[in-house]
Design a protein around this ligand. Structure first.
Ligand code: GLA
Length: 390
């Protein structure tokens, strides 16, 4: 298993190095990788100053970079076979999301860097909610820091990447994805307090059990627009709660009791969004202690409660992911499951026993195809390290 991950790493690295040489006619200087992430639990809590529990995974974007004396900066995507050249002092958004996200990072660093060329390629499944965008921005930030010896610390890179998503990607995302991509540690899940940015790495020993990541294959167009709407709803709920109670400065000061007491002062949406955030924060803490005790049965129940909350209170699941969760938990091998990521599709993450999984996945594929005429994809994952020079 370990050998195959190393091979993939090496293959991806060789690919960007080779493409760089053939595209630009001279060798690259720095090669970096920036991984995607999963999130065990703590969904839509990051921009609400709550808790999250993500981990970097062994799917990543790879970058080969070198300083250049050319008149422009050149970005080349080996996957899209697309080249974009531009003047450092004239950064304008384009039609392409991948270019815009990179431009956002360059825009932040423009006064500290010279011209450069970069080739990138990645194997993070697209549209699966595994944060390929964060990996794109973090990887370039990390790579430029190495190339121009900027000595940016990890938080600076994560925040530059987040700003690019806000200003060049149109998504008012929180900091979880960038944090996981930059800070990831092999075989550890990372607990982050998004209010204080304090974080703790917890060793993740799942031997005897498994994390199963299943791509529903659906990405609903709603994702970006509804993400920003949910953020707004959570904001208006907490602003009201702050006005109603002097003890409240952020969601971390809110209890379920308090929301229930104040229900009549909140709109129905505000009440349910706030309830999700507060209960999800509790679930992060709960799962951390369950994992410490290797109580995977209860951790599974926690995932299931998380999904119910995403469905009923936060209203960001969809027919397909609800179906997957409902059907998966019919199997005695599956201890719990939930939709992960921004919402309205993407992947479902399950905690399972480490047996009969071929049968479970085989049957699930058939059921899913029968129901939605769609293919299910199993994405084998391992928890890996964050951004690094490779
Ligand atoms: C997306 C965002 C994150 C986070 C999750 C939901 O992945 O980029 O900041 O809000 O959705 O938990």
């Amino acid at each position: 298993m370990i050998t195959s991950a190393i091979n993939i790493n090496d293959e991806m690295k060789q690919r960007v190095v080779k493409v760089f040489k053939s595209k630009f006619g001279y060798p690259s200087e720095v090669i970096v990788k920036a991984p995607g992430r999963i999130n065990l639990i703590g969904e839509h809590t990051d921009y609400n100053e709550g808790f999250v529990l993500p981990a970097a995974i062994d799917y990543a974007n790879y970058f080969a970079l070198a300083k250049s004396s050319g008149p422009q900066i050149r970005l080349y995507s080996a996957d899209f076979e697309q080249l974009y050249e531009f003047d450092k002092n004239k950064i304008e958004q384009t039609e392409d999301k991948w270019i815009n996200l990179l431009l956002g990072v360059i825009n932040e660093l423009a006064s500290y860097i010279g011209h450069f060329d970069v080739v990138l390629s990645g194997n993070i499944p697209q549209g699966a909610g595994l944060s390929s965008s964060a990996a794109l921005c973090c990887g370039l930030g990390y790579g430029l820091s190495e190339l121009f010896n900027l000595k940016l610390d990890k938080w600076t890179i994560a925040k530059i990447a987040q700003k690019s998503e806000h200003e060049f990607g149109g998504v008012e995302c929180g900091i979880m994805d960038q944090f996981a991509s930059v800070f990831g540690i092999t075989n550890h899940v990372l607990e982050l307090n998004c209010r204080t940015l304090e974080h703790t790495a917890h060793e993740f020993d799942i031997s005897g059990y498994k994390l199963l990541l299943i791509d529903s294959g659906v990405t609903h167009a709603l994702e970006t627009s509804m993400y920003n709407v949910r953020r707004q709803e959570c904001h208006s709920a907490i602003e009201k709660l702050k006005n109603l109670s002097v003890a409240v400065n952020s969601y971390q000061d809110v209890s379920i009791n308090l929301i229930e007491e104040q229900q009549s002062n909140l709109s129905d949406e505000e009440f349910r969004r706030a309830k999700h955030v507060v209960s999800e924060n509790i679930r992060v803490k709960e799962i951390v202690s369950l994992l410490r005790n290797r109580d995977f049965e209860s951790a599974g129940q926690c995932l299931l409660a998380g999904h119910k909350s995403l469905k009923e209170d936060f209203e960001i699941t969809c027919e397909e992911t609800d179906f997957l969760v409902d059907e998966l938990v019919q199997y005695e091998e599956v201890l719990g499951a939930r939709q992960v990521g921004g919402g309205f599709g993407g992947c479902v993450l399950a905690i399972t026993k480490d047996r009969n999984l071929d049968v479970v996945v085989g049957e699930m594929k058939k059921k899913y195809r029968r129901q939605f005429h769609l293919s299910l994809r199993l994405i084998p994952i391992r928890i890996s390290s964050g951004c690094m020079v490779v």
